[in-house]
Write a protein that binds this ligand. Structure first.
Ligand code: 9Z3
Length: 317
């Protein structure tokens, strides 16, 4: 990294710290972070053991919110349902035994093995209960076992706060970490000093523009400061196909991530394109019939993670 790049990462890190500090009273609301840090340490102990060789994937999933009041009744939200993250968790847990899964999830969004539970449960056709029992069995087997830890967020501040904290705990695992950033993170927020303390009253006319500021980017800080050795997979969502790949390439270059998974809002369940660092043409992955795309996506990323180790070993010998 050049001196100017390094200075710009420092500036981003400082900006992010200041941003999080300005929302301290909203992120610290009754959450016992020391208890969470202890849970994290317990969860990571197995993978931390020097001879374990286990890998850890941190999956982020669902949309973050931006509060419009400090005692928040209303907020700005986005479309993300969390199925990409939940289904990817399932893949890692069921088919990639060498990974432990840390799932950072928006409260109320889709969860692994039960993303269609309510729909099936209340369906007019009264689905055979064996399917539902199977879902519960899988949750008990995988999500209540030692390979899975689930942490919830709601606001963009909680999300970024968690990312910073969790990264500190993951860092000693070096290149055995994969970061899989499927969450749809708010790009804009209302600064703390402009947030009213209490619920905006319906009789108050909200006048003027709702001035939003740009959320500081954590990707470069994560890549260069928090988890410099991890394999980083970020996601790029667009609605205009003509700019998707250029934007994904720009993100790959700017943040130096290993893979950017590019997808379009309306076809995100059918096709993704992987923009891989150092590779010109994107890899296109398409859904085959009823099979979820996440099967191919996760398998491809696990393979690339594996290859990184082979290359490192070659370099060492
Ligand atoms: C994605 O692109 C995910 O694939 C989706 C999954 C959010 C589209 P669902 O949750 O959808 O299954 O309904 N995630 C990242 C979206 C994003 O906000 N990326 C930022 C960007 O595009 C970069 S951090 O600028």
């Amino acid at each position: 990294m050049s001196l100017s790049e390094s200075a710009s990462v420092e500036a981003d890190a400082a900006q992010l710290d200041a941003f999080l500090a300005s929302f301290d009273d909203l992120t610290a609301d009754g959450r016992d972070h020391s208890a969470l840090e202890q849970r994290l340490e317990r969860f990571l102990a197995g993978a931390r053991a020097e001879t374990s060789g286990r890998r850890v994937v941190m999956i982020t999933s669902g949309g973050t919110t931006v509060p419009l009041e400090k005692n928040c009744v209303r907020s700005i939200d986005n479309f993300s349902s969390g199925t990409r993250g939940a289904w990817s968790c399932e893949e890692f847990l069921e088919r990639h035994e060498g990974y432990d899964v840390l799932f950072l999830t928006r409260g109320g969004s889709a969860q692994p093995f039960v993303s269609d539970f309510q729909e099936v449960l209340f369906s007019e056709e009264r689905e055979d209960p064996t399917y539902l029992h199977g879902c519960v069995d899988k949750v008990m087997r995988y999500c209540h076992g030692p390979r899975f830890l689930r942490v919830e967020f709601t606001t963009v501040f909680e999300y970024l706060h968690l990312m910073r904290m969790v990264s500190k705990h993951l860092r000693p695992l070096g290149s055995r970490v994969m970061v899989y950033l499927a969450a749809a993170v708010s790009d804009f927020y209302v600064p703390a000093d402009r947030l009213p303390m209490n619920k905006i009253q319906s009789r108050d006319r909200v006048t003027g523009d709702l001035a939003l500021e740009k959320t500081p980017k954590a990707l470069g800080v994560m890549r260069h400061r928090w988890l410099p050795e991890a394999m980083m997979v970020s996601f790029k969502l667009e609605t205009d196909e003509s700019i998707l790949i250029d934007k994904a390439r720009a993100a790959a270059r700017l943040y130096d991530v290993d893979v950017v998974v590019a997808n379009l809002l309306h076809t995100r369940k059918d096709v993704v394109q992987l923009v891989v660092r150092g590779q010109d043409a994107p890899i296109v992955l398409e859904r085959a019939g009823d099979r979820r795309l996440e099967g191919k996506l996760v398998a491809t990323l696990v393979d690339r993670h594996e290859r990184r180790f082979v290359v490192n070993e070659r370099e060492l010998s």
